[in-house]
Design a protein around this ligand. Sequence first.
Ligand code: HEM
Length: 239
Amino acid sequence: MSGRIRSDGRSSPVGYLREHGFWWAVTLGALTPLAWLGWRAANGDLGVDPVNTINNLSGRTAMIVLLLSLACTPLNTIFGFRKALTVRKSLGLIALVYASLHLINFVGLDYGFDFGLIFQDAVLNKPYILAGSTALLLLIPLAITSTRGWMKRLGRNWKRLHRLVYAAGVLVVLHFLWQAKAAEREEPLIYAGVLALLLIVRIPSVRRWLVTHRTRLVGPKPPRVQTMQRAKPVKQSGD
Ligand code: HEM
């Protein structure tokens, strides 16, 4: 631990990186597709159908990032990978950023803000749009209440409310599956399988079984390291 804490009690750059490096790597990694999309847009390199390019990239990335945020708790419970909990919130918020871009592209670039047409053409005739919209609506209150202040204010209800993220996940996968043509269902089905696994490992008896077997194979989770720093406690509230 040498070099981690300076004599004034603040962490050194090495200590900071050890503490927060994973968070930065994951957060920047999750934002990379956005930067890439911006770069391509700035260079007029969005292909023959830019609306479709933005739609596909924003929709797919939103879904993958959302699934990654759902994988954080099982990674901690099953493999004892505590650092995963530190990125759960930022992944959830980044998923919402991509989903919002996906919606803006749809409403603005695809339908030219013609809400009458959106209602007639999309909402009434394409049920997958309703599934996607409901998922997005569910993600908004979760993002708003993701702060420590809201966590305290809502108490036990915070956990209950944030379980809605699983409903959002199911609706998103349904949205992806529904809009795909029959011959293109393989990829959405893979995501559906991943989501099903993430839901199964949350069943208490399955979770207990996995934790017992992990403990037998690799031993119990290491205890949390207490440093002199004012380390932010990792919230386990979504368990
Ligand atoms: C606000 C509500 C939403 C609307 C209006 C919407 C609209 C659309 C549309 C029009 C498509 C393309 C369908 C086609 O090509 O025929 C699409 C595809 C897709 N959407 Fe959404 N969507 C919404 C929410 C979401 C959310 C919240 C997510 C993920 C978190 C998502 C993920 C996807 C994915 C993965 C695809 C497939 C992209 C591909 O084919 O590469 N959508 N969506």
